[in-house]
Design a protein around this ligand. Structure first.
Ligand SMILES: C[S@@+](CC[C@H](N)C(=O)[O-])C[C@H]1O[C@@H](n2cnc3c(N)ncnc32)[C@H](O)[C@@H]1O
Length: 193
């Protein structure tokens, strides 16, 4: 899909087949009872796995700007009878409809490079920082900066140092950068108190 509101064409192809949701969520440290945000969820495959980890006392917010993706996620939620998850159309560059300091863990998978390309990092990071709890986790997953396919063109990929610099600028402390599968890495950070 092309996100017409923005200069960069965010690639909407799911990474479901090449990225393990379990690996992402275990590396990020998702726990039972967590309030989880999937920022730019696409087809929601990470959120679906997250919903079984957070359980009945937790909650999953799957958000994406692309209404067709959110419709599909909603269909999967109802087909699978998932009760602790909601899917909402949200533009991360404006307002995320969740309370301040309410999210235990936010994953942003294969999305941040598009905001870098569009010069929208400031708006998005202000919202991400608003909604995550002090000491809560922000986990950014990106394609390694190597030639594809799969993944976006080499020139728009960001390397771990770029991601670490961005999160550090917006009030997060980097805890760990780790490979997750063949094509991706994850930068885990905590919101400073
Ligand atoms: C490459 S896909 C990644 C989807 C999923 N996280 C994954 O890893 O499979 C990028 C996603 O970011 C979403 N996106 C782009 N700009 C956005 C914005 N401003 N607000 C919310 N979502 C956005 C796109 O609609 C798309 O679903």
């Amino acid at each position: 899909m092309s996100d017409k509101k923005h200069g960069h064409v965010h690639h909407s192809r799911s990474t479901r087949d090449i990225l393990s949701a379990e690996k992402v969520l275990s590396t990020a440290g998702l726990k039972s009872g967590d309030n989880f945000l999937d920022a730019g969820c696409g087809d929601g495959f990470i959120s679906i796995t997250a919903s079984s980890i957070v359980g009945d006392n937790g909650k999953v917010h799957a958000v994406d700007v692309y209404p067709e993706s959110i419709e599909k996620v909603k269909e999967e939620i109802s087909k699978k009878g998932i009760e602790n998850m909601e899917a909402i159309v949200v533009d991360l560059t404006s307002k995320i409809p969740v309370d301040d300091d309410s999210i235990d863990l936010c994953v942003m998978a294969n999305v941040l490079h598009g905001f870098v390309e569009n010069d929208e990092v400031r708006e998005v990071m202000a919202e991400i920082s608003r909604v995550i709890k002090p000491d809560g986790v922000f986990a950014v997953v990106e394609f390694k900066k190597i030639e594809g396919p799969p993944g976006p063109p080499f020139k728009v990929r960001v390397n771990p140092q770029d991601v670490e610099d961005i999160v550090s600028r917006y009030g997060f402390e980097v805890a760990e950068t780790a490979g997750v599968g063949k094509y991706h890495y994850l930068v885990k950070s905590f919101k400073k108190t």
